[in-house]
Design a binder for this molecule. Structure first.
Ligand SMILES: [Zn+2]
Length: 186
């Protein structure tokens, strides 16, 4: 649990500032996806659709809409991989039996494979339209700021530390953060 909540902003670069400043509206302000993604001025139709889908899944699965987007990609990728295995298997069995190149089983798995691929494209596109890459980058930035603040407070509470001890503490913290971000790929 985090002690402090940061209110996410829309964050889109504003045209008036020529892209040097970012929009200060709240994430999803004035849209039907308040709290997520861009505000009503910067949210494209495809993004709104992505959030609608994410919110539906989120309600069903009782997870956050961000998790829902990633969940959709993961499930559809898993499904595609499984269908591809079945297809390979059907082709191999067909060859062993010396059958026609496209038996009904092969044809039906080919169809499944195309459907799974289409599903995965849709879920990936939804995640991209919702701005998943920017979100992950922002999340890391917020966490970095939180960590820097906590570290500052911790070192501030220990004024008698020598410079060497301070550097050792900071590098230990950095090392922990770095190894966590590598192993935490879930
Ligand atoms: Zn905005």
């Amino acid at each position: 649990m985090k002690g402090k909540q940061y209110q996410l902003k829309c964050g889109a670069p504003t045209r008036r500032s020529n892209g040097t400043k970012s929009c200060k509206y709240l994430a999803g302000e004035g849209t039907d996806h308040l709290g997520y993604g861009h505000c009503m001025y910067h949210s494209k139709r495809s993004e709104c659709e992505a959030w609608r889908l994410a919110q539906d899944i989120a309600r069903e699965q009782q997870i956050s809409p961000w998790e829902a987007l990633l969940w959709g990609v993961r499930v559809s990728a898993g499904r595609l991989a499984w269908v591809e295995l079945q297809l390979e298997d059907a082709i191999r069995r067909n060859e062993l039996n010396g059958g026609e190149p496209d038996s009904p089983a092969v044809r039906s798995w080919l169809k499944e494979s195309r459907l799974s691929l289409a599903l995965m494209s849709r879920t990936s596109k939804a995640a991209i339209d919702a701005g998943i890459a920017a979100h992950v980058a922002r999340q890391l930035e917020v966490e970095g700021r939180l960590l820097a603040g906590a570290l500052d407070a911790a070192l501030g509470a220990l004024p008698e530390l020598t410079a060497d001890q301070r550097i050792a503490a900071i590098s230990a913290a950095q090392q922990t953060l770095f190894s966590d971000s590598i192993t935490d790929g879930s």
